[in-house]
Design a binder for this molecule. Sequence first.
Ligand code: CTP
Ligand code: MG
Length: 237
Amino acid sequence: SRTAAVIPAAGRGVRLGPGAPKALRALGGTPMLVHAVRAMAASRQVSLVVIVAPPDGAPEVRNLLDEHALPERTEFLVVPGGGTRQESVKLGLDALPADIRAVLVHDAARPLVPVDTVDAVVEAVRDGAPAVVPALPLADTVKEVEPGAPGEPEPVLSTPVRSRLRAVQTPQGFDRDTLVRAHERVAVSGEGATDDAGLVEQLGVPVVVVPGHEEAFKVTRPLDLVLAEAVLARRRA
Ligand code: CTP
Ligand code: MG
């Protein structure tokens, strides 16, 4: 049974500031998306990578992948994405061939995830877990607040016990049928979630956490690009 990775890469990258769509911006001279594809293809367990491109950017992404060296044993598909991350992942799932039994969903915006983290997630799915997320303990204390008008002080409602909290990363790994069911249910209910495991939780299916990695951080704001360049430089040293 084969494992595929779906890479949602259709976002604009508004928080990163003006420029090309985030996944197409350079990191160490190579588009972020190419790093993310290589990170998935580096796992010997992943035999297909589905890239969900910006809605009008599929031809450009295909060209990019043709220009950059990728492992020969890995098969690639490029499909156009949607208006939200959830829609983009759904469009990627719709493109999977029938023989795929396990699926990773990995943000293009996490270009530097180490292959050991990818392998650990795949392993846990192959061992029978229907949903697996890599995550790390938090450095900051987290407060729940009553959101107020911008600039106004916000009342604190509660402080969850930090030692019980985890910051979730990708790739998240799933039994294919479970993830497809989760996305179909949300299409009917209209409820969403900020990650794929959140949709699976809404089905009542158990989700487990495995150790994530600091280098699997998401490139979201300009400072994250500075960190990503530094991590790459350290790897190349
Ligand atoms: N994504 C997607 N389709 C969308 C929105 C997001 O495929 N309609 C992808 C992004 O390309 C990214 C991942 O989901 O790889 C995580 O999203 P995020 O970090 O929020 O990226 P953007 O949505 O591009 O950034 P921003 O929210 O700052 O605009
Ligand atoms: Mg976004």
